[in-house]
Each structure stands twice: as C-alpha cells, then as structure tokens.
Design a protein around this ligand. Structure first.
Ligand code: SAH
Length: 281
C-alpha cells in the first residue's frame, strides 16, 4: 500500500529534474533505492477534463462509482473497474461551481490527487491528458509523451529556499521498458496555471528542457509525493508551443487527433504496467 512507501528521493529540494536521457535502467536503480519494489495492482489515473476522461473510461470499461467514493463537497468524479488484471480508477476534477467549466489547473489537481490516493490507495499514479508540445524537443501533434520529471514554470519566489520550492521539481518513476515497448517519446512535463505563457515562463521552460506544457502534472506529483507514491504522466500533444498558432479548424482537428492517440495509448500503458514491479517498467 501507498502508506508503506518511503518519501520520494528529491522532494522539494531539487531544482533540476531527471531528463529524458536519464530515463535508463540506471535511473531506475537509483529510484528504487528510495521506493520498495512493489507489484502494481492498483492504478490511479488523474484527468482534468471530462472530455478527456470519458473516452478513457469507455475504452477501459469502467463504471462511475455510485455512491461516490470521494464524497461532496469535493467536486471530482471517480470511475472504477478492472483492466488487465489490475484495479483501475480514473478520477476527473469535476466542474467549477461558479462557471460550470472543468476544474483545470494545479489547485484542483492537488486536491483531487490527495483525496483519490486516500480513497483508492494506488500503487502508482498517472497524470494524463492533453498538453502543448515543444517542437525543439521533438514533439509533433498527437504524439504521446511519458514524463521523466515534473516541474512548475510559473512559481517565481526569489528568496533562498523558496526559489527551489517554487520550481517544485519531482522525478517521475523511470519507465525505460514502457517507453521502448510502446515507442513513446519521453521528456519533462512542465505545469503552470495559464494556457498561454509569459516570456519569463518560457525562459524557465527552456531552462528545464520541457518537452510538454500543461496545467496539472507538477501538482499531481506534489500530492503523490506526500504519500511517497510513484507517479508519471502520459500526455498527448494538441498544440505546438514553439510553433505557429493554428487556425481554429486546425486546432479542433489537432484536439481530435490528440484525444484519439490518448484513448489508444492509455489502455496499452495499463496493460503494460499491470502486474509488473516498479523495476520492470
Ligand atoms: N486543448 C484543450 C485546452 C483546454 S484548457 C481543449 O481545448 O480541450 C487547458 C487544459 O488542457 C488543461 O487541463 C491543460 O493541462 C491542457 N493543455 C492542453 N494544451 C495546453 C497548453 N498548450 N498549455 C497549457 N495547458 C494545456
């Protein structure tokens, strides 16, 4: 169970995340020095938007938990079932009370992850959904990336100690075999609370060699780290951050392609990791 895991190695002290080139068996050995090598029987997927969660829930044949396992006033919704011999739970962040839109961003991400880990006691947490990709790091529309690390790009606190806290970098559990088996690209996932970015955000994203940019992963990692629970991300690319802005119809087409890629890859990821030890990922 999660509570038996030791805290992750770097926690909030790191300001440099593990990079794609480190996602090797050596990185895996190092990671396992601070995590007991458990067999994966329970998998928790965190998804911000309902439109991202629904196709995943259908592809995995999960059912809405009724009565809710995570009760109100928490706005999230959970779906559970068995897939590839594992217990699988998808939790989406629910709707904003005031506006009715999906609760995207780091605040609902941290809250939902914390409550979902308490409720489901997973062996591993996966933050999944759409993201912007960096062409300079090899990203193209509908590529699916697996994370090597998670970091924040919009938390600037230039006070000793708080500066590293602001970056809030976490290692992803190394997944060299998964990456190879499913031909996934790998890299750093960077999170911030805006769909766009400032020049300062961009400088930080470049500094951390970000491969994809989204709005939740670093917060999911923060909560998972409180429980010492291993975490990684599966993110599909809807737009290119360091490229030209697409026209509206192209944007929708890209979104459709990226959603399709995610729907196809997430069940394969679960089939690959279910029943394996952390050391086999
Ligand atoms: N492409 C999405 C955008 C929705 S709002 C859509 O139209 O459905 C932002 C959500 O998408 C967040 O959950 C965030 O994690 C993700 N996202 C996708 N591309 C992003 C980008 N370029 N920058 C930040 N977040 C992005």
């Amino acid at each position: 169970m999660v509570d038996e895991c030791k805290p992750a190695r770097n926690s909030l002290e790191a300001d440099v995340v593990t990079l794609a080139s480190d996602a090797s068996e050596e990185a895996q050995q190092q990671y396992l020095q601070s995590h007991a090598d458990k067999t994966i029987q329970t998998i928790l997927l965190l998804v911000a938007m309902e439109a991202e969660a629904t196709p995943m829930v259908e592809a995995l044949g999960l059912k809405a938990d009724s009565p809710p396992v995570i009760p109100p006033p928490a706005p999230c919704h959970s779906f559970s079932g068995r897939h590839a011999g594992a217990n699988v739970h998808v939790v989406c962040f629910g709707k904003c009370k005031a506006t009715g839109v999906d609760n995207v961003g780091t605040v609902p991400a941290a809250l939902t992850t914390y409550l979902a880990i308490q409720a489901f006691k997973p062996d591993i947490v996966i933050s999944t959904g759409t993201a912007g990709g960096f062409r300079s790091r090899g990203a193209a529309i509908a590529d699916v990336f697996v994370s090597t690390g998670m970091v924040n790009h919009d938390r600037r606190i230039p006070i000793p100690g708080f500066d590293k806290y602001g970056v809030g970098a976490f290692d992803a559990i190394p997944t060299p075999h998964l990456q190879k088996a499913l031909s996934l690209k790998a890299g750093v996932v960077t999170s911030g609370n805006s769909l766009d970015y400032t020049a300062e955000d961009m400088a930080r994203m470049v500094q951390h060699e970000a491969a994809v940019k989204e709005m939740e992963a670093a917060a999911v990692a923060w909560s998972a780290d409180l429980f010492g629970c291993p975490v990684f991300c599966i993110k599909s690319v809807t737009d290119i951050v360091d490229g030209e802005r697409p026209a509206q119809e192209e944007f929708l087409e890209n979104l459709h392609k990226a959603a399709g890629a995610l729907q196809a890859v997430v069940p394969q990821v679960i089939e690959f990791i279910a029943g394996k030890r952390y050391s086999e990922l």
